[in-house]
Design a binder for this molecule. Sequence first.
Ligand code: GDP
Ligand code: MG
Length: 162
Amino acid sequence: TLPVLAVVGRPNVGKSTLVNRVLGQRQAVVQDMPGVTRDRVRYPAEWAGRDFILLDTGGWEIGVDGLDEAVSRQAEASVDDADAIVFVVDAVVGATDTDMQVARMLQRCGKPVIVAANKVDSASQLPDVASLWSLGLGEPFPVSALHGRGSGDLLDRCLKIL
Ligand code: GDP
Ligand code: MG
C-alpha cells in the first residue's frame, strides 16, 4: 500500500490548491468560500519518481458544532489515515486560535508534520513566515500554492519524511 500524505488546515488556507499543484492539474475542488460539505478525498500522486496518496480534507458544514471543533475533528480523522501531514496555514493571516488548536493536536499525534506557510506569493511576504514558528511544529516552509512558488521544495521535504 502507498504512503499517505494528508493535507490539513482551516478552510480557505489553500489545501486544495496545494493538492492541485502537486497533481499538476485541477482535480481537487477549490472553494472561494468555506462550507461545502465534502469529506476526505484520496488522490494518487507522484513526485520525484515516488508514488503516494495525497489526502485532501474537504469543506464541512459550519455552524453545527462551531468551526474550531469541526476543523479539529477533520484534522484528527485525516491524521489517523496518514503517514505524514502537511499542515497548511495562511501566512498572510498568521496563526489563528483555530490553527493553534490544530497545532497542539498535531504536536501530540506522533507523526511527522510539516508546516506549509501558504499564500507567500512574493518575497515581500517572507517576513510573515517566521511568526509561524509559534505553532511549535518546527520550521515553517513558505509556499504559494497558487503560483507554485516553493512548492517543489516543500514536496521534496515532505517525501523525506514520508
Ligand atoms: P481550502 O479550503 O484550504 O482547500 O482552500 P482552497 O484551495 O479552496 O483555496 C481557498 C482560496 O485561497 C482560493 O480562492 C484560492 O485561489 C486561494 N489561494 C490558495 N492558495 C493561494 C496562494 O498561494 N496565494 C493566494 N494569493 N491565494 C491562494
Ligand atoms: Mg479544499
